[in-house]
Design a protein around this ligand. Sequence first.
Ligand code: ATP
Ligand code: MG
Length: 463
Amino acid sequence: MPGPEARIEIHPPASVIALMDRLWAHGHAAYVVGGSVRDAILGRPAEDWDLATDARPDRLLAVFPGAVYENRFGTVAVREGGEGHEVTTFRTDHDYADFRRPHRVEFGDDVVLDLARRDFTVNAIAWGAPAPVPSADPAVESRPAPVLVDPFDGVADVHDRRLRAVGEPAARFWEDALRMVRAVRLAAVLEFQIDPPTYAAIRDNAALAGHVSAERITSELEKLLFAAHPSLGLRLMSDAGLLDVLLPELAAERGIAQNKIEGEDLWDHTLRTLDAVPADRPVVRLAALLHDVGKPTTVDDGPFRGHETAGAEIARRLLERLRFPKLATERVVHLVRSHMFAYEPEWGAAGIRRFIQRTRIDSIDDLFTLREADNVGSGLPADADLLGDLRARVAAELASSVVLDRSRLAVHGDDLIAELGLPAGPHLGGILDDLLERVIADPTLNDRATLLLLAESMLTEDR
Ligand code: ATP
Ligand code: MG
């Protein structure tokens, strides 16, 4: 009786088929493997179509002129039809010595062995064919008919939306502890359940995740941030004990009482806030995850007084430890520090301009998005706190192109040096900042002669 796979059709893009044809034509096996096959079966748009073959890397470089050998694991990057693809030689992994990554990798000739080293059954499905048997008659096309190769019943698990380790779960997590983090990330992104024995092995071995490099962890966390509901993965991390190992600052939010939503604690609020940020705003999502991370350390201060300042420092250390990119780190820290702004409709135009300056123009939209999510996470409408009013006034102020940074001042450092004989240095910067303050309060002052006069009066004040 045909299994469910008999009905499954995989349609890789033409560039991928072209690469497979070329491998077959050169007498090699060619398969697509991993996440793209899984996603195709699910009907999700697949992104990177990874190929696997028995051809060794040096052969690949000969078969695909212009290809680049990427690393010692036998991956070769090939461009075809304007797209980059990774072609990896079948491998078998041995001797996982340190919970981090394969110690020794051997090239293989067998797609099934290559699938056996993969993490979850849904990621251990291949679609393709071995090397075709050459025909004596050159007119006979030797293009093989691709089939699904599914030695671990991954197709059934895709249909049941189940993540199950290939082989004995604990043994696979001892080999490479990152797989536990991949499990929660994939469960959230795909909205799959983790099979109970696999989940139990994560719970039992969560401490091993502490051995994995920050870069590998962060790459999974970044992917988690793009899930429709990242809270699914973070709750799993929390319940399985991974949060205590990897993000103890956030684990400390559990059990901290908040009088926002009945029966929910600070951790629940954080997760609601996180899910309320649109999926295409990863920086704001990261800020939402960390926005109240200062609360556990400020419970007794008033309560939570200054948690945004304390939280900004905790967030910075956490993001640096995990080696998040610098620019994202700066933005997130700034958002955490700024998230407690309290708008009053009495603010005058200068108050709005000061708010813009404090928040910095390129973070304003992020800060509004964060506040909307924070409101939702507190059981309020997104636009509570007159947020819509503040937004409109900020937009109007920005549209009227008022001076908000030094570069738009009518005088620059050079002018002060030339006209007032000031030396370059921090003192000069201080005067420019003071001038900016004055112009923010009263934009009509932004005129060269007026500002030079003002600068001069500041100099005499200083003396
Ligand atoms: P995504 O769709 O998010 O890219 P993916 O499953 O393709 O998910 P990748 O990191 O691109 O994830 O990995 C590609 C494939 O390599 C996986 O499908 C899996 O077969 C295998 N793989 C990746 N990481 C591991 C690991 N740590 N241990 C075993 N196999 C792995
Ligand atoms: Mg992938």
